[in-house]
Design a protein around this ligand. Structure first.
Ligand SMILES: Nc1nc2c(ncn2[C@@H]2O[C@H](COP(=O)(O)OP(=O)(O)OP(=O)(O)O)[C@@H](O)[C@H]2O)c(=O)[nH]1
Ligand SMILES: [Mg+2]
Length: 267
């Protein structure tokens, strides 16, 4: 009798389950992490083919705080160049709308020393998008920027778009003034799901499509949603939480980067 009771107790004691691992055994998207130096050399030597185009102009847009200015600064580190004036990054916790207020082109100087040659790719930083109609950069202004009508230094007016009578309106854009690649940045930590914001992004994407501008969407702040990515960004496509966060949302299918404090991890 005593013996059979002991047996029963042993039968029902289960070993505690190990905690679920934060990572998959295999990446859910394959990525080649090598050949960076080859890419860098290719980029240094790259020459746009179109007539009158000295450099490719990349316009980075997205919601406030997504990391647009940080990405532009981090490209500097990634390309091992030098940027005359870094893009201003919002390093406060304050939620006071977009930190970037002006239209600004960032060029990256090749190498160090007295060389005045620049990478054949420039980045344009702009004010962030907000869901409210009367706040943040206006979609009309992003369209004007894509067409090359916005002059350097224009301070965005949240209440009205740049008018052709404004001194910052460029009536005759050269091929170099136009945007050649449009990059949408979204924070993985707080993807925008509200419809006014989605509507704004849709309008911009459609305008870019009609202008024949290629588009890329990139997710930032990935380190904030997964400790393993924080430890090593190469874990990005192994992370269960990132996969869960992006599946079935606006983030699905996009590329991810981590850019923070001047460090860019990108492929
Ligand atoms: N953890 C983390 N922080 C990031 C990342 N990218 C940007 N940040 C931080 O997010 C904050 C906002 O970054 P900004 O580059 O100013 O963002 P922005 O899109 O230019 O914002 P606005 O100009 O205000 O529209 C800064 O504190 C950055 O350091 C990232 O990939 N990971
Ligand atoms: Mg900014």
């Amino acid at each position: 009798m005593g013996n059979s009771q002991t047996k029963e107790v042993i039968k029902y004691v289960e070993a505690p389950k190990p905690p679920p691992t934060p990572m998959f055994d295999k990446p859910w998207r394959t990525i080649d992490w090598g050949h960076n130096s080859g890419l860098l050399e290719e980029l240094k030597e790259y020459k746009p083919e179109a007539e009158g185009v000295e450099h490719l102009r990349v316009l980075v847009y997205g919601p406030v705080g997504a990391g647009k200015s940080s990405l532009i600064n981090s490209m500097n580190t990634a390309l091992i160049g030098r940027m005359a004036i870094p893009a201003g990054v919002n390093n406060t916790q304050a939620d006071e709308g977009s930190f970037t207020l002006q239209y600004k082109t960032h060029r990256i100087r090749k190498g160090r020393g007295s060389s005045r040659s620049y990478f054949p790719i420039v980045f344009n930083d702009i004010m962030g998008l907000e869901s409210d109609q009367s706040v943040g950069v206006r979609t009309e202004d992003i369209k004007l920027a894509m067409m090359g009508h916005v002059k350097e230094g224009y301070k965005f007016n949240q209440l009205s778009p740049l008018s052709p009578s404004d001194k910052y309106y460029n009536p005759n854009p050269r091929p170099d003034d136009k945007v050649h690649v449009l990059v949408l940045l979204l924070s993985t930590n707080c993807p925008e799901t509200n419809s006014p914001m989605i509507q704004k992004m849709k309008e911009i994407r459609q305008a870019a499509r009609d202008l024949g501008i290629p588009q890329i969407a990139v997710g930032t702040h990935i380190d904030e949603i997964c400790d393993q990515i924080e430890k090593d960004v190469k874990n990005v496509y192994m992370s269960k939480s990132l996969k869960k966060k992006s599946t079935g949302t606006i983030l699905s299918g996009i590329r991810y980067i981590r850019c923070r404090i001047g460090v860019l991890s990108i492929r």
